[in-house]
Design a binder for this molecule. Structure first.
Ligand SMILES: Nc1ncnc2c1ncn2[C@@H]1O[C@H](COP(=O)(O)OP(=O)(O)OP(=O)(O)O)[C@@H](O)[C@H]1O
Length: 602
């Protein structure tokens, strides 16, 4: 039996005193946790300890003490988003398990605390819209997926590790400089960015001299400009009478056109929610009232989970770098995608269109994405083993969805297949997301961030095709088989492994026992067969790669033979010799090292 920890309860009572909010005063009483059940609003519990404190949109005010979280040592999620909390940000030195910290839209001031740098599991850090000052610390955590410090008073250069983050995460800090902001960092000999305020000595002799020179230059320029203007006025006057009549006709035509354009513009500016199914289920007001949680930022925007009052959770995908679509064009594109219905494709619920903002509404996939399933919580007790059977079913589902997209009736490439775009439903059904979005994206910069545009055929011939998806599918299979982070799914600031190259090297150098993820070592023969399929998909030449339909047939065959073999996970294919005919570079054979069988008794 696991009851609340007294120290944690004390810490939460102290927070309650700080906020002195009538709702919390009334509801934060007694013990917060009993085993996995929380008795307090906004608190999450596991085994009687507090793992989450999420109190958003509450108008909480007060100054949180720096040591407020010291006794909440199992905290994984904290969010005080959209309140009015002031003072310095708390010290996180005793919260090593923190995964998500959202203090955005408050009145926090002072520096970003260095204790945040020691949080090795931190995925999400939202500090936007506060009064934070000082520089952006040197974050190095590879786990970091979402980071936002926009609209503060931060200054100085963006640390290299954070330069791959979207520029919008830094906007609203006029003194920040360096990539990806548009401000150049001018470093003076003391190493201090010259664009920082202390480096602008107004009355220094050098600056006075500069000002004088500048005045002289400006005077000369002004004289030339004045002369040009006089000549221009004279010439214009001569032509004025001649063009007068034609001009007046043209003007009236333009005016008519302007009125039509203005009318259209006003229409475009008005935001509107549209649903794919009649009724839709909620209004824009309800969506705006829903409490939201950031899921992460991708190459084409960010995703938020919105929890509608008494309704379902939906995901709002905020799209950026889009083509300049009118409302009608955007709606047609979304409807086209929504018509693609398949059990392994994430459906589209609806969209929002306004001049400034375009959003896609998607169902929330409660079991997260495949990337986190493969790589999350490695080497930690929180890790749940990802069994070979489950990986097989993911491979099968994704292959089915891809074959469906490529089928004659659709003939639509995905373009951006990677493990963060494979989501898992409540019963772990794989759902391929973000499919066929390239028509939405502005060329060329946005499209080039998609996986298919990194394929060998695009690099050499500037051409992609459905075979580029087959190549991406091969990488995905290799990620499933090796448990290594693939170059396609690597997070911003990290590189990942070029998996086909790595596998070939492993085969050549005969350290093949290391190819497969330790978690599935000892699984049935299907492992090796699947590796062959993966490597054939990763052939450099698209002509040598199979069609998605053929890949699906092979995957289905492996799934079927595993089922009829009755091979349980943990039963080994032994130390049988297997020959591997993969890519042309790797037509090698290798002896699969005899593996120490790990019996799965889950
Ligand atoms: N419907 C959903 N349910 C649950 N999580 C989702 C959903 N849609 C997206 N996510 C998650 O939200 C995060 C951000 O997604 P997003 O699509 O913006 O970026 P991405 O998939 O990482 O990269 P890219 O923009 O290149 O596709 C990812 O971790 C993704 O897995």
């Amino acid at each position: 039996m696991a009851d609340s920890e007294p120290k944690e309860t004390e810490a939460l009572f102290a927070l309650k005193d700080t906020f002195n909010n009538s709702f919390l005063n009334e509801h934060w009483n007694g013990l917060p946790c009993f085993e996995n059940t929380s008795h307090w609003y906004g608190i999450s519990c596991i085994n009687g300890t507090v793992t989450g404190v999420v109190v958003e949109n509450f108008r909480l005010s007060g100054v949180i003490k720096p040591d407020a979280l010291f006794n909440l040592t199992n905290l994984e999620v904290i969010s005080f988003m959209n309140n009015s909390i002031s003072g310095n940000i708390m010290d996180f030195s005793y919260n090593p398990k923190l995964v998500s910290t959202d203090l955005s839209y408050n009145k926090f001031s002072g520096k970003i605390p260095p204790s945040l740098l020691s949080l090795n599991h931190l995925l999400n850090l939202q500090l936007e819209s506060n009064n934070l000052s000082g520089t952006v610390p040197e974050f190095q955590q590879k786990s970091l997926r979402s980071f936002n410090v926009s609209y503060n008073n931060l200054e100085g250069p963006i640390p290299p590790f954070l330069q791959s983050i979207d520029p919008s995460s830094y906007q609203g800090n006029p003194k920040l400089c360096g990539f990806p902001t548009r401000q150049i960092c001018i470093i003076d000999p003391t190493g201090v960015p010259a664009n920082s305020p202390e480096n602008q000595p107004e009355d220094s002799p050098q600056s006075k001299k500069k000002k004088k020179g500048f005045f002289k230059q400006s005077l000369v320029v002004a004289i030339f400009v004045l002369f040009d203007v006089i000549v221009l006025v004279l010439v214009s006057y001569l032509f004025f009478v001649y063009f007068k009549k034609t001009k007046s006709n043209k003007k009236s035509k333009e005016k008519n056109q302007e009125t039509v354009t203005q009318e259209r513009g006003r229409e475009e500016e008005r935001g509107e929610l549209s649903f794919m199914e009649e009724g839709g289920g909620f209004s824009l007001e309800e969506l705006l009232r829903a409490s939201a949680e950031g899921l992460g930022k991708g190459s084409f925007g960010s995703c938020y989970k919105a929890m509608l009052e008494g309704g379902p959770c939906v995901v709002v995908k905020r799209m950026k770098d889009l083509n300049n679509f009118s409302r009608e064009e955007f709606g047609n594109q979304v409807r086209g995608l929504a018509q693609l219905k398949h059990p392994n494709l994430l459906p589209i619920l609806g969209y929002y269109y306004s001049k400034e903002e375009k959003l896609l509404l998607l169902p929330y996939a409660p079991h997260g994405n495949l990337y986190d399933r493969i790589h999350g919580y490695r080497d930690s007790i929180g890790r749940i083993r990802f069994k070979w059977r489950s990986r097989l079913s993911v491979a099968q589902g994704v292959a089915r969805a891809m074959a469906f997209l490529h089928s004659d009736s659709n003939a639509l490439p995905h373009g951006n297949l990677k493990s963060t775009n494979v989501l898992l439903s409540a019963n772990d059904r794989p759902l391929v997301a973000d499919y066929s979005l390239s028509p939405f994206l502005a060329l060329p910069s946005a499209v080039h961030r998609m996986v298919a545009y990194k394929s060998p055929e695009y690099l050499h011939r500037r051409k992609i095709s459905p075979k580029s998806d087959v190549w991406s599918f091969g990488y995905l299979l290799l990620e499933l088989l090796t448990g290594k982070i693939s170059a396609h799914s690597a997070l911003p600031g990290t590189t990942g492994v070029d998996l086909p190259v790595w596998v070939n090297r492993a085969v050549r150098e005969e350290w093949t026992a290391e190819i497969f993820d330790q978690e599935i070592l000892g699984a049935a023969e299907g492992l090796v067969q699947m590796l062959r399929v993966a490597m054939s998909c990763c052939e450099r030449s698209p002509e040598k790669r199979p069609e998605m339909e053929a890949v699906l047939a092979e995957v289905e065959e492996i799934v079927a033979s595993e089922a009829t073999d009755g091979a349980e996970e943990g039963e080994s294919a032994g130390s049988s010799e297997v020959s591997f005919v993969g890519t042309s570079e790797s037509s090698a054979s290798w002896r699969r090292a005899s593996v120490s069988e790990e019996r799965d008794d889950e």
